[in-house]
Design a protein around this ligand. Structure first.
Ligand SMILES: [Zn+2]
Length: 432
């Protein structure tokens, strides 16, 4: 099942022609209406009318989160405010917030692209979709909401939080698909276990999770605990919100909506493109956005392109699940580590629970990392020797697979904080 077969199964040749035409009109749009790009192009002696091939994208300047902040709130809008029908904003947890806008047409495209993602995951208009992403300035809630309505599904706009009520509604309203962050899905699953709810009494079949990096092992855990198929979807408010890419029923990488987004994967240090299949930072150029087009936006998300064709028939290229953000990458004693790598190992070890925290400190000018992990009750109250064995086992796996030596601390079940939105796995107490 496809939402827009003519686009999702387009030939490479036709796609590239379409991308080029759309890139040309986007460049014209930003050069004409956005002073930031106009002066950048002038400075770099770029003629926006002279673009003849997609290869030339490499000559264009990058756009960064700082550029968005410097132009707060409306400096990068390419249309006057009277044409804007919606404004969203990022939370600004790491500094000043960024603001993005949408025209009527942008909202329409957004809904269609999210409908593609929902359809690819196996949903239809017969589904009852519980959207437990936060509604508000964050793009997650509204983005999924409009896409689900566009598809004709029944939407329950419950927003995030109030877990017990979420579960009650899931039972009473016969929810078939749950939309939220993977950490919140896990929290709901655990709460159901505590309440003694038999998951086979639910109507739940699908879970669409996004907005934070998660591991394959976490997928397996959620699928088992909720009895669903869990798919990953990707987006970020700076380029639109959810709907940039999503997994099909193969559950093996996310198809990128390449007719609307031109993607590159670059080395985060040199900014040179990496060979296909290699990991690098995802860079996105919007091709159809009217209100807020961005050129070569550095997402800080690390992924790789999966060049092999997908059995589902979609020709849009796939990217791997996001492995982490360049911002989240921990450098522990000079070794690069992502929280999701630690997560994969913990999930694989018998007796540990899928809840963990990584604490990094500096002691005597040395990095010191501690992984706190919840363990099942039987182990927590077990004799010291058995606990010691488990700790050594985790340490050995982390050392051999990631090349880092860390302290491991076992904690009792349900002692680490749970998250209703994006999880916070790392506490970095070092001062830089
Ligand atoms: Zn596919």
């Amino acid at each position: 099942m496809y939402w827009e077969e003519s686009k999702e199964c387009i030939s490479r040749e036709d796609l590239e022609q379409l991308q080029l035409e759309r890139l040309q009109s986007t460049l014209y749009r930003v050069a004409t209406h956005v002073p930031f790009y106009r002066s950048k192009f002038k400075e770099m002696q770029i003629d926006p009318d002279g673009f003849r091939s997609l290869e030339e994208l490499r000559n264009l300047p990058f756009t960064t989160k700082d550029d968005l902040r410097d132009n707060y709130p409306y400096g990068l809008f390419a249309v006057p405010l009277r044409e804007i029908v919606r404004v969203h904003s990022s939370s600004g947890t790491t500094g000043m917030a960024t603001v993005v806008g949408y025209t009527k047409n942008d909202i329409k495209n957004w809904a269609d692209l999210v409908a593609r993602v929902l359809t690819a995951a196996g949903l239809t208009k017969d589904d009852v979709i519980q959207i437990a992403f936060g509604y508000g300035l964050f793009t997650g809630g509204f983005g999924l909401h409009y896409g689900a309505e566009r598809m004709g599904a029944s939407v329950i706009p419950i927003s995030s939080g109030n877990t017990k009520r979420q579960i009650q509604i899931m039972q009473d309203f016969k929810t078939t698909a749950l939309v939220c962050t993977p950490s919140y899905a896990l929290m709901m699953a655990d709460t159901m276990l505590d309440l003694g709810i038999d998951i086979s009494s639910l109507s739940l079949k699908f879970g669409l999770f996004g907005a934070e990096p998660w591991s394959e092992e976490m997928r397996a855990e959620i699928q088992e605990k909720l009895g669903i198929r869990a798919t990953d979807n990707y987006g970020l408010s700076e380029v639109m919100g959810p709907g940039v890419a999503g997994e099909c029923e193969e559950c093996n990488g996310l198809h990128i909506n390449e007719d609307h987004f031109l993607v590159e994967v670059v080395d985060p240090d040199t900014f040179e493109p990496v060979p296909p299949g290699e990991i690098g930072e995802l860079v996105i150029t919007t091709l159809t956005k009217e209100a807020f087009p961005v050129i070569r936006y550095r997402t800080r998300d690390l992924t790789r392109i999966l060049p092999e064709p997908c059995p589902c028939g979609r020709t849009l290229q796939r990217m791997s699940r996001v492995l982490g953000r360049t911002d989240d990458m921990l450098i522990i004693k000079g070794v690069n580590v992502f929280p999701t790598q630690i997560e994969s190992i913990l999930f694989d070890i018998e007796g540990t629970e899928p809840h963990y925290r990584i604490i990094v400190e500096r002691e005597d000018h040395q990095d010191k990392a501690t992984v706190m992990v919840e363990v099942v009750e039987s182990i927590f109250f077990d004799e010291m020797r058995k606990q010691r064995e488990l700790i050594d086992h985790i340490k050995r796996r982390l050392a051999s697979e990631l090349g880092i030596s860390v302290d491991v601390k076992l904690v009792e079940e349900k002692t680490l904080e749970r998250f209703e939105g994006k999880g916070k796995r790392v506490i970095d107490k070092r001062e830089f």
